[in-house]
Design a protein around this ligand. Structure first.
Ligand SMILES: Nc1nc2c(c(=O)[nH]1)N(C=O)[C@@H](CNc1ccc(C(=O)N[C@@H](CCC(=O)O)C(=O)O)cc1)CN2
Ligand SMILES: Nc1ncnc2c1ncn2[C@@H]1O[C@H](COP(=O)(O)OP(=O)(O)OP(=O)(O)O)[C@@H](O)[C@H]1O
Length: 196
């Protein structure tokens, strides 16, 4: 087990994660029937300039409470980019980006490309999150899946862009552990904001 760098950091993250998930749920429940799709198209618009300059794009298959990047991914595939999604071989190993559409169900309740699809290193990674602060510090699901791979993806030249509903951008600071990788930007239906 990895001991948190500061015991109160882990507790702060647990509280912030709970509050951010609650805020996200309240927001989603306030949406009308057609609002969600319209916001997802606005997200695709916000991502357009980054997608236009990327050859390989790593996306994600949304969980029920997450904004869907799939309209943006479809536009990317349509304009000739390679699309890729995180894929896990089992519960223990780190995910890898595999090229292709997410057609198989994976060990973490997310759909992923078949495990024999080619591994790729995206130049743009769309990163799901629970919350992000104004410095680009990300709060995820708390299992460390992205923390363990983001550093390596950046070393391979990837631009790391957090993606979420606008309410997921917090005013308060998220405490950063030494393993947290600061994201390069955040895209939401309100637009794209760069931190680095
Ligand atoms: N869309 C998406 N894909 C992803 C992640 C993610 O956060 N979102 N991951 C990030 O690490 C990895 C998978 N890890 C996961 C870790 C925990 C849960 C989880 O606890 N899910 C909640 C439901 C959350 C919700 O609906 O928002 C659950 O099952 O109760 C899901 C995926 C890679 N792929
Ligand atoms: N680079 C790493 N190597 C090994 N373990 C790590 C690494 N990064 C994070 N972890 C482990 O993951 C756990 C969860 O970390 P944290 O609470 O920061 O997750 P998160 O960023 O919210 O979640 P996620 O990355 O799954 O979306 C930490 O307790 C730590 O043990």
């Amino acid at each position: 087990m990895v001991v948190p760098s500061h015991p109160s950091l882990a507790a702060d993250k647990v509280t912030l994660r709970r509050e951010a998930r609650e805020q996200r749920r309240t927001f989603i429940e306030s949406l009308g029937r057609d609002d969600r799709g319209a916001l997802e198209l606005k997200l695709a618009d916000a991502l357009k300039p980054l997608i236009a300059q990327s050859r390989v794009i790593g996306g994600y298959c949304p969980l029920p409470s997450e904004i869907s990047p799939l309209p943006a991914m479809e536009a990317a595939a349509h304009s000739g980019s390679v699309v890729a999604y995180p894929a896990f071989a089992d519960h223990q190993s780190n995910f890898r980006f595999l090229a292709g559409d997410p057609t198989e169900s994976g060990p973490w309740a997310c759909f992923q490309p078949p495990l024999d699809a080619p591994e790729v290193f995206p130049d743009l990674v769309l990163v799901p999150l629970v919350a992000i602060d104004r410095h680009g510090t990300r709060l995820g699901q708390g299992k460390g899946h992205y923390d363990r791979v983001l550093g390596k993806l950046r070393e391979h030249g990837a631009l790391l862009i957090g993606v979420g509903w606008s309410v997921q951008k917090l005013d308060e600071e998220i405490p950063a552990d030494h393993w947290d990788v600061t994201l390069d930007g955040f895209a939401s239906p309100d637009g794209l904001e760069m931190y680095r």
